[in-house]
Ligand binder design. Structure first.
Ligand SMILES: [Zn+2]
Length: 372
């Protein structure tokens, strides 16, 4: 073969190999670190105190179709991922065991995580778990754990208290009955006794008296002097831009997991399906799918990952993502037709700008007339 023809082929091959090599080298730090950010989509599954599971759990409302847990699972599965459903089993006392068993089986059958949510009032006459002493909490939690296990045949490993009303007794009760994970700590909730008992705002998973605590992730949307305006990472109240910002910050801070909050009735607003919110959830999952080093996991999957790796030798620094006023303003604009506060904030900036321009023009006009 002609030597002059062979040389350009070799040169071209070498160039392409070099380019592919450089491309892979760019992704190596992410691959070798082996510490992905787990995003946990957690769904508190319940009807209201006087509610109806058909509406608040299955989302069968006016406008046709279902917009409850079935829709949430559809969207998750369309992205090839699963969620964690914290199911309030105590309302079986009001709606019947079979009604709640159907919910448990529907979620379990589709391969999503079924875990325990405690609003014990229908069964035990108290609204908050924290109103019970340790022995009573243990009884309540064990009853709920057995209820779920009866219908799934799978051990319950995680718990979230209704209204985030958990305390150190809850942690001890969970430890005694063999539940490994708690996801009740919410630094922004008045009812989260645990948050106060732990003593500082928490966002990173940590081990508390032998239980893995997965706090509900919060972020700072703005500051005035030293005061921070905080918000929970919640499908209903966090904009897509804020989600993206918090996820990126969590990756930079090497946070192992963030807990995203939603409810079985998140897609139902004023008795109507909220299609825009369903689309935002879908876009959020699309965004997560494009992020290297980010995985959507169930709580069981994350716990498996956490247990198999060596615990950190020192407590990592606190993670406090901040999204800033501009993203808060853009969220208010997007939600302007949803509540008077958003509408006021949305018109405040243009109104202020018009006022400033008006004052400037007026001063300029007065100056020119004076100079005449
Ligand atoms: Zn709840």
């Amino acid at each position: 073969m002609n030597r002059l023809l062979v040389m350009p082929v070799w040169r071209s091959l070498f160039k392409h190999c070099l380019m592919i090599g450089l491309l892979f080298a760019g992704t190596l730090p992410l691959l070798s670190e082996g510490k992905p950010l787990h995003v946990l989509i957690t769904v508190d599954t319940e009807s209201y105190t006087e509610g109806n599971p058909k509406q608040q759990i299955w989302g069968r409302v006016g406008g046709g179709g279902e917009h409850g847990i079935g829709k949430i699972m559809d969207i998750l599965e369309a992205h090839g991922v699963k969620g964690t459903f914290y199911i309030n089993v105590y309302e079986a006392e009001r709606h019947g065991e079979e009604t709640i068993a159907q919910v448990i089986k529907a979620v379990h059958k589709r391969g999503h995580d079924v875990q325990l949510h405690t609003h014990p009032h229908h069964k035990y006459g108290i609204h908050k778990l924290t109103r019970a002493d340790l022995a009573r909490q243990q009884e309540i939690l064990l009853w709920g754990k057995h209820f779920i296990e009866r219908h799934t045949g799978t051990a319950v490993i995680a718990h979230r208290a209704g209204a985030f009303a958990a305390n150190l007794d809850t942690i001890e009760a969970l430890r005694r009955i063999g539940v490994k994970v708690d996801a009740s700590l919410s630094s922004l909730s008045e009812e989260s006794h645990l948050a106060r008992e732990v003593g500082e705002a928490r966002n990173r998973p940590f081990v508390l008296n032998g239980i893995l605590e997965l706090p509900i992730t919060y972020y700072v949307q703005g500051r005035v002097a030293t005061y921070q305006f905080k918000r929970t990472l919640d499908i209903e109240s966090t904009s897509l831009r804020e989600f993206e910002d918090v996820i990126r910050q969590a990756q930079v801070a090497n946070v192992p997991a963030v807990n995203v909050l939603m409810h079985s009735f998140s897609f139902v607003r004023h008795g109507r399906p909220d299609i825009e919110l369903e689309e935002r959830f879908d876009r959020f999952l699309s965004f997560l799918g494009t992020q290297h080093g980010v995985v959507v996991s169930t709580t069981t999957q994350f716990y498996g990952h956490w247990s198999s790796r060596i615990a950190p030798s020192s407590e990592p620094e606190q993670f406090v993502p901040a999204t800033g006023w501009w993203l808060s303003y853009l969220r208010a604009v997007e939600e302007a037709d949803n509540g008077w506060k958003n509408a006021v904030v949305a018109v405040a900036l243009p109104a202020l700008m018009i006022l400033v321009i008006g004052v400037l023009l007026h001063r300029r006009y007065s100056k020119t007339t004076r100079n005449r």
